[in-house]
Write a protein that binds this ligand. Structure first.
Ligand code: D41
Length: 688
């Protein structure tokens, strides 16, 4: 395929332009026609802008077939061409410089309207920028007669058959709508629907899609409407095309927001995240707020869109070429970027798990600089076939650890060696084994392995366990490598001198660590249990165990069947707890920690039923008005309830917030009770 190499010496401009054109053509084809792109969008955009810049410098070298000379995608041959009654404009992207894109947009609008600082703030509408496909829905006398893709903005493809299968799109509108009404919006696929579709594709041995947008594009372009009907698509309206004019009895709106409310009342999905905002400050606040919610939304967005609310002002501002002056897109940092693999390391975790990690040339992705990406395990590393020197796409979404999405095989030089897992622990040299049916290799060195000792200490000291403030990985490395600390109780035997003598350790910091250790001695049973790092015992299980047994000794001595009586504990977990406490050295660690003064209040075994939500399973969907997803989950679990990821007959309640999607539909389908945040809070207070 392409030969354009990011790292090759710079050829002359004409040759470079030819290469860029070829690369962009290839990828446009993969993107628009095959729905299987191999370059991250941000990289495509960068190359596109590079070509644009070169063409600006050498206008004589612009060729008619340059990708810059075509706006939007190429209509496929298979679908009938549709000439849009009103062109589908594109939307300008505002980029952050020293000022926020929101401020730049507001400043530009004010300048173009001839306003001064004394004039009042402008009314805007701010919307999420849905990451799907733009669609024009044409209704005549209230009946959907045609659905067309954007295409190049002038001519799109007739995909009516496929679009009719989208349940959210009304086929017929209520009486009283204009004789001609074109509604524009974005067809997209929700993330859970995307995951389910890919699972199905995998099970059927068919190709999977790289992201929800490509899956949506593939579904819209499906030539067989029966297949399209099985691809779950969604829709949000964001504007209008041709509409019967007021002279002919058509509607009159004053503002974009009002128009969106009308569309909603006619049955079109309009996002609840569409908000009015006054002036630059509220646009900035909106950008930040949506950015924080981005990963919890249930569907992909790649930024937000700002629009001048008043339709009169929109008319006054008008257009430049094919972009309205009254609207811009303000993108979030890209979540996928290109970089190269410098090395593949193998890290050893607390339980001895060996994890292959790609060491990357630093790259800014998802808002942070990333230098490591997990390859998870041997099978994953093999499946992705990442090799040293490869150019790869890295993805970082939200707080999820960065991962390698795929390798750009056409950029591979020579044939680097295939990655293999080491048979020996890279830290302690003990045998590394992969048990039958397990995905992971584990170091068999146990606490002989310094990597495992370090991880065990860091796990114990973390905020969610006993919390020793200031005891981070650098310090633990130093302490373990110097042989000062080998086991958890050694932490509490640390003296001031040993600490203060460490390199880069000021007296003040040494004292802070000692104070933090002292403070950590007063803990709780769940934190202590979790901190021990028993395999399969996470925070929730530790809490359940503490609640059930009340006292540590009871847990340490409980036979497996007694452990199985705990709500959260199954056979694997019970066995793991039993194995842990059957080992003399683990009991010894517990005794020594107690002897060092680590204490907690022990209680009576609590009947599980005392918890208001015990035995109930909740599923969260959408954005709740005040509670974050993690917060709501923690509250439910603290009250004895469980939180599951998907709705089934076993679900007791679905808690739905704004933009709730298919989980809510599923709940209704199965007759599962649906709560809002207030009702959930009532139950948490024991009100139900
Ligand atoms: O959510 C979107 N992707 C979105 C796209 C949106 N919320 N608003 C949009 N508004 C427009 C104008 C201002 C031209 C009516 C858009 C788009 N255009 C758009 N989508 C694809 C090309 C243009």
């Amino acid at each position: 395929m392409t030969t354009f190499d990011l790292f090759a010496p710079e050829p002359d401009d004409a040759a470079l332009m030819a290469q860029l054109r070829q690369t962009l053509h290839d990828h446009a084809h993969r993107y628009y026609v095959l729905d299987a792109p191999t370059l991250p969008d941000a990289e495509y955009d960068r190359l596109f802008r590079q070509l644009q810049a070169l063409e600006a410098r050498h206008p004589e070298l612009i060729t008619p077939d340059s990708p810059t000379q075509r706006v939007g995608g190429k209509p496929l041959e298979q679908f009938a061409a549709v000439r849009h009654a009103v062109p589908m404009l594109s939307i300008r992207t505002e980029t952050d410089t020293q000022a926020s894109g929101a401020e730049l947009f507001d400043a530009r609008i004010r300048r173009e309207l001839g306003l001064t600082a004394l004039d009042p703030a402008i009314d805007y509408v701010a919307e999420p920028k849905f990451d799907g496909l733009a669609m024009n829905l044409r209704y005549e006398r209230g009946v959907l007669v045609q659905a067309a893709t954007r295409g190049d903005g002038e001519v799109g493809e007739d995909v009516t058959q496929n679009i009719r299968t989208i349940g959210q799109i009304p086929l017929r509108l209520p009486a009283g709508v204009p004789a001609v009404l074109e509604v524009r919006g974005e067809v997209y696929m929700r993330r859970d629907d995307f995951e389910a579709l890919n699972d199905k594709q995998r099970a059927a041995g068919q190709k999977t899609f790289v992201n929800p947008r490509n899956a949506a594009a593939g579904a819209v372009r499906q030539l067989d409407p029966a297949i399209a009907a099985q691809r779950p698509l969604s829709f949000y309206a964001y504007g209008l095309g041709a509409v019967t004019p007021p002279e002919a009895g058509g509607p009159v709106w004053q503002s974009h927001f009002e128009l969106m409310q009308t569309l909603k009342s006619w049955g079109f999905p309009v996002s609840e995240l569409v908000k009015c905002a006054q002036g630059a400050a509220e646009l900035v606040a909106y950008y930040d707020a949506i950015g924080r919610q981005r990963d919890a939304l249930g569907f992909d967005i790649d930024g937000v869109v700002y629009k001048v609310n008043s339709l009169a002002l929109q008319r006054q501002l008008g257009f430049v070429t094919r972009e309205p002056r009254w609207a811009v897109a303000h993108k979030f940092p890209a979540q996928e970027m290109l970089t190269s693999v410098l090395a593949i390391d193998v890290q050893v975790g607390r339980t001895g798990k060996l994890t292959p990690v790609a060491k990357l040339a630093p790259v800014f992705v998802g808002g942070v600089t990333v230098t490591n990406a997990t390859l998870h395990n041997e099978d994953e590393a093999r499946r992705k076939d990442v090799r040293v020197g490869d150019t790869v796409i890295v993805r970082r979404a939200g707080d999820v650890i960065p991962e390698v999405v795929s390798v750009l095989l056409d950029k591979r030089v020579d044939e680097p060696a295939i990655f293999t897992m080491p048979r020996l622990c890279p830290v302690c040299g003990s045998a590394a084994v992969r048990e039958e049916g397990e995905a992971d290799y584990r170091c068999t060195g146990g606490l002989f392995c310094s990597a495992q000792r370090k991880q065990a200490i860091l796990h114990f000291a973390q905020r969610r366990a006993v919390e020793v403030e200031g005891l981070g990985d650098k310090l633990v490395d130093q302490l373990v490598d110097a042989g000062i600390i080998n086991t958890l109780p050694d932490l509490y035997r640390l003296g001031f001198t040993a600490l203060a003598n460490l390199a880069r350790m000021a007296d003040k910091s040494a004292q802070n660590i000692l104070d933090a250790l002292e403070k950590s001695k007063q803990t709780t049973l769940p934190r202590f249990l979790f901190g021990l790092g028993i395999r399969h015992v996470g925070e929730a299980t530790a809490k359940a165990l503490a609640r059930h047994f009340g006292q540590l000794d009871a847990i340490m001595d409980a036979p497996e069947d007694a452990l199985l009586a705990v709500a959260d504990v199954g056979p694997i977990v019970a066995k793991s707890i039993r194995t842990f406490f059957d080992q003399a050295h683990n009991r010894e660690v517990v005794e020594q920690l107690r002897a060092c003064g680590v204490t907690w209040a022990e209680g009576e075994p609590a009947p599980v039923a005392a918890q208001p939500l015990s035995g109930q399973t909740f599923v969260l969907t959408g954005t709740l008005p005040t509670l974050g997803r993690e917060e709501a989950k923690a509250l439910i679990e603290a009250a004895g309830g469980k939180v599951a990821g998907s709705v089934s007959k076993k679900t007791s309640f679905v808690v739905a917030g704004a933009e709730a999607g298919s989980k809510l539909d599923k709940a209704r389908e199965l007759g599962v009770a649906v709560l809002d945040e207030d009702q959930l809070k009532e139950m948490l207070d024991g009100g139900a």
